[in-house]
Design a protein around this ligand. Sequence first.
Ligand SMILES: *Cc1c(COP(=O)(O)O)cnc(C)c1O
Length: 383
Amino acid sequence: MARVYNFLPDQYDRDEDLGINHNYLLEQFADKEEILGKISALVSRCDFTLGREVDEFEQSICRLIGAKHAVGVGSGTDALFLSLKALGIGAGDEVITTPYTFYATIGAIVTAGARPVFVDIRSDYNLDPDQIEGAITDQTKAILPVHWAGLPCDMERIGVIAREYNLRVVEDACHAILGRRHNTFAGRFGDTGCFSLHPLKNLNVWGDGGYLVTDSDEIHERMLLLRNHGLVGRDECAEFAYNSRLDTLQAIVANHLLDKLEVITESRIANSLYFDSQLAEVDEITIPDRPNDTRQVYHLYVVRAQRRDELKDYLQSCGIDAKIHYPVPMHLQPAARKFSYSRGDFPVTEEICQTVVSLPVHEFITREQQDYTVSKIKDFYAG
Ligand SMILES: *Cc1c(COP(=O)(O)O)cnc(C)c1O
């Protein structure tokens, strides 16, 4: 068999066997008839590409988080990639980012032609602002922080550094829709804030989709061109560009869910705080600091655990979908070899990748399931 193949179908089959799952899509879309009705109307109208629902979704996002502009694109990865392109960042440029993230953050930087320059994280899992200045060179063009697990980074500090060194800021807010730091929503601090609509994100659709927000008229206009072949109108191309549009069909699903997003978010927060309260008494588990005046939206619930791999296997054997996000940091991936990092370069990240475990906290998890999870964790350490 080929070494590289489509492994996703196998993964979904495996997940189905677990009672307490990270994947809750079947429950979430139990009311699919209403969405299917809207899709059926779309099929009669045929405005599949950049249809009216895309405009409607963009306007709703602007209202929701107070942004001036929102642009629907093909994925969260494309939101990041096209942001860098719109800011003129590419070959010969460096972008400072975190080695503790999902592959897409780095993929966007590298495919834009730039070089990722990693800076270690803090024990809250986010980029350490104290280490950013030490990584700035003449080639540095931007800082790309990731609001990991839905906890907004210290964007005031990052903003001060960016202004001092004249750097752009692109936020990877894919985990952080409706997250807030003080009174500002995640995604609203940088030149652009980038979001994903992937099925397992807090606001999700039936496939791939993404969007970004910006207050800049200039970036907005560039984004409209970049996502749609550089077209000003049907017969005028201002620049040869990409095809990365949010599908109308996916915009219908996103619009349907927008009204529920606050409830989804609140239930993730309540479930996470409940885990915090129950796990506080387990010495082998370390809960990260929960900063005041910050709204973390818990795309993931991530704690550190002693004997992590054994704990994960044990919980899986009890039907609990404990997951590792992620065991190998970006600088130690085969894809990063050409950037010449080595083990030991980012000690906090490396330690965290070896100890973190994620527990399901989505809106369909019940208190009983959470209590069961906690009791199994206690059993594991008692045994
Ligand atoms: C999901 C995710 C992305 C990419 O989003 P896609 O829509 O899957 O392309 C980027 N960054 C982070 C941190 C993510 O979790």
